[in-house]
Design a protein around this ligand. Structure first.
Ligand code: DCS
Length: 514
């Protein structure tokens, strides 16, 4: 068929089916409300903002929102920015841990293993591990793996869950993913059928949840954490949220909890977890245990305990019926390898057929990236006592976590010393989430600018000091309260500067609007 014949055929098809309209008939102003009738904008663009998937347009992700974009502009203009908006330790100067990078280096450059002097360059256990991984990765790191991740590494992850929780885990119920974000989204995608399906999400929450639920067309059912009780999770508030949602015709199908919390930094007690598991059993909902900060704990009263461990200790009927998905990642902890994108999920009591369907969907992406899988291997199976790398690994890990603990105290104390600011102690995770009592004049000024008051505060903070934070409104907060989230990640040596710049700004801001 010639080109002119093809275009004539296409025009005929359009006329008969009415499916396609040509650019000139479509004005982008006119498409509002009749979006589906048009495929092109006035300028002939298919990918025009008026013609995109409505769920895409509605989706918001505050961690990289207005504040972040402005910070980027200022950075490009030469201003020094302290990026405390994202939990991205290496971007703020954290150094990679040695052992995982040695293993990763040998895997990505296997010719190093052929060198006669390799044992003078790398410790024996890193060499052995790299060889073991390469033997399991048919074709090396440049080949696709199973869509659930390499079987050897899934076995290591299952063993980690087994040792952590004292309960066996089946490697076939473990999926490796490009960061925990992908695992969370796979799970939400499988759960949500339509807008009548509700997912319980804590408020304040990490916007991966609000954004993904929006994208997949479900409904976010909020439950509020109690700031006056150190962001505790109240079962009464959960029950109320479920009752209200059901009264509106929603099917509450899953519940997310984040332990330790983001942005709120609290650690859940074992008692609280038991109540939560009982609640999930009574209400027949899937529990999504976001435990990516399990290594990041800065107090000793409530050490991290996984929902999986608590659930099994509760015995029947819970241990063999509550549907539980647990998430973990290499992005947090002492390693903070966000860029390597290694994550995983473990599925307990999930129907075999549902796991097969999720596997099918994972296959669309072919395979998770191999360097992420190798980092997960090093996270869940680190050097053991007696191994060449053990001492150094342990030292690096312990020192980084101790430093984070000191920084958690520094940041929280600094906030609590400011007039009109209160902040629960960062018990875990990587964030402080202070409440800021803004003067009425500041609230007025923000309204006039068409901005949320905490957005105004954070923008002014950014312009004055270069400190890039995320306003509380990006995570959700009780009506009439204002917060911001900062990471506790600036290195200790810059933390004093961070704290003094912040305090200085806050005092000036309050004075200006009093
Ligand atoms: N779950 C929680 C609670 C998180 O905070 C994050 C990342 C993730 C999952 C996903 O992490 P990965 O995909 O990297 O494994 N936290 C973001 C945040 O709030 N700041 O930085 C990243």
């Amino acid at each position: 068929m010639s080109r002119s014949e093809i275009s004539r055929a296409a025009r005929l098809l359009m006329r008969h089916t009415g499916l396609f309209k040509l650019g000139p008939e479509c004005s982008s102003a006119a498409v509002v409300g009749t979006r589906s009738k048009f495929t092109h904008s006035k300028e002939g663009k298919v990918l025009h903002p008026d013609l995109l998937n409505a769920a895409v347009l509605k989706t918001q992700y505050a961690v990289r929102g207005e504040l972040y974009l402005r910070a980027e502009e200022l950075r490009k203009a030469g201003k020094e920015i302290i990026f405390t908006n994202v939990g991205n330790p290496h971007a703020l100067g954290a150094k990679p841990m040695t052992f995982p990078r040695q293993v990763a280096s040998l895997c990505i450059a296997p010719f190093l293993l052929e060198r006669p002097d390799v044992e003078t360059l790398f410790p024996k256990d890193a060499i052995t591990r790299a060889k073991k991984i390469l033997a399991a990765f048919k074709g090396g790191v440049g080949a696709y793996t199973d869509s659930r991740g390499n079987p050897l590494i899934r076995e290591e992850v299952a063993k980690f869950f087994e040792e952590r929780d004292g309960v066996p885990s089946n490697p076939d119920h473990v999926f490796l993913t490009d960061g925990a974000s992908v695992a969370v989204r796979m799970c939400l995608n499988a759960v949500i059928r339509d807008e009548n399906d509700g997912i319980l999400v804590p408020i304040p929450q990490y916007p991966l949840y609000s954004a993904s639920i929006q994208l997949y067309g479900g409904t976010l059912v909020p439950y509020y954490l109690d700031e006056t009780k150190n962001w505790a999770l109240s079962i009464d508030s959960l029950k109320k949220s479920v009752k209200d949602a059901r009264a509106q015709g929603k099917h509450v199908r899953a519940m997310v909890f984040i332990n330790p919390g983001n942005p709120t930094g609290q650690c859940l007690s074992e008692e609280n977890l038991k109540e939560l598991i009982k609640f999930a059993y009574d209400e027949q909902i899937v529990l999504m245990a976001d435990e990516v900060y399990q290594e990041n704990v800065y107090q000793d009263e409530r050490p991290f305990i996984s929902a999986r461990k608590v659930m099994h200790a509760m015995g029947e009927p819970y241990r063999s019926s509550v549907e539980l998905v647990s998430f973990h990642t290499v992005s947090k902890g002492a390693g903070g390898e966000c860029g390597l994108r290694g994550g995983c999920m473990e599925m307990t009591n999930i129907h075999k057929g549902a796991i097969e369907e999720i596997y099918k969907c994972a296959s669309i992406n072919l395979s998770p990236n191999t360097m992420g899988q190798i980092s997960i291997s090093c996270l869940v199976n680190p050097p053991k006592p007696g191994d060449d790398s053990y001492e150094q690994y342990n030292k690096e890990r312990t020192e980084e976590l101790a430093s984070l603990r000191r920084r958690a105290h520094m940041v929280t104390n600094a906030f609590n010393n400011l007039e009109g600011v209160t902040c629960n102690f960062t018990e875990g995770a990587m964030y402080s989430f202070p409440r800021i009592r803004l003067p009425p004049k500041a609230i007025e000024a923000a309204k006039k600018m068409g901005k949320a008051p905490d957005v105004l505060y954070c923008l002014r903070l950014l312009e004055a000091t270069g400190i890039s934070t995320v306003p509380g409104s990006g995570f959700g907060q009780e009506e009439g309260t204002f917060h911001l989230r900062t990471t506790i990640l600036p290195r200790e040596e810059v933390m004093n500067t961070f704290v003094s710049k912040f305090s200085d700004f806050h005092q000036k801001f309050i004075k200006e609007f009093s």
